[in-house]
Design a protein around this ligand. Sequence first.
Ligand SMILES: [Zn+2]
Length: 399
Amino acid sequence: MCKLFFRNIILLSVVGCLWWAPTATASADIVARDIRIGIHKGKTRVVLDLTKTVKFDIFALADPYRIVLDLPDIDWQVPAAAARRTGGLIAGLRYGQYQPGKSRVVLDLRKPGIVRRSFILPPGEGYGPRLVIDLKKASRKVFLASIKAPSRASSKGQAAPKFILKPARKTTEAPLVVIDPGHGGVDPGAIGISGVFEKRVTLAMAKQVRRAILSRGRQRVRLTRNGDTFIPLRRRVAIARAAGAELFVSIHADSIDNRKVRGGGIYTLSERSSDKESAALAAKENRADLIAGVNLVGHDDEVASILIDLTQRETMNYSAQFAAALVPELRQLIHMRRKPHRFAGFVVLKAPDVPSVLVELGYLSNRRDEKMLTSSKSRAAIATAIARSVDNYFKGQKR
Ligand SMILES: [Zn+2]
């Protein structure tokens, strides 16, 4: 009783803190043509080729070591190979939209390093303006000392998403399904064998699922993102709850070193993972915020406090019911993994009151799976199967 009261206080005290509809990337007038890495004696140089001079902000994040470069809205026309460039201190890099009107580059460091210099090189030598960052190796102590609190501007929107009390559905309204295309913006997700980004595959699939559900006419649909935008994991949950979703479906596609591994899987939340593989997958997907350079330091964890109530078995049972409806439908189209329904602690599935599943449609690292997921024909068939499962699930709820 007391616990329930406490939970309502938490939920009520944050009413009205969050709502914004993610929109497609606005057409930016600054174009990024390439991101290059140069290795020099004593320094690693990262160069961003631009068409216009920009204002930028750089900060560091620890554990893992990252350097984050914040920029205005950028039209990313860099070659696909840029996302795979590494060298010197750089173990990996990502770029893309972070928030509407704001772009970001995240550099993963192999070891601690600090920004020695950062500047704009004026146009010349056949290039437009270039943003240059010189990094040099440092001790962990020096790296940690280099972390300053992000400026007010760059920390805006990074606060933990607030939860809003779920509005009750008017009985005349059709149930709302929230489809969540995994990743987006600065977080590309898995990278396929041909270089396709998971974020694009999931968005195309989500839009197709929306069409398929709407064409059946029995549920309403909302997407957590409609464009190539980064949305923190907890905000995805908050969007579903604020909108009064009755079902949340997060769409993903994995990638693995072994290119022979293929097949889809459906995951629902559990405090205990059903196996090591599922636990590893959840840990990987839960890294999305880290990958996008969200500063998680100092977040008090509303999700954690809500997790206490995750003993809300009812929601978990409903999630499992939807997973059970989905398996046979998908099995007709997709090669499913052994034990297609598994359990793990995915952050995105942690709404206490919205039945939620995460679908891994296959492996982009496998040629056949990638081909299937990038073909509009098989995408349409999969979307229809998902829409049918949604329908069957809600039919099963009516008693
Ligand atoms: Zn994913």
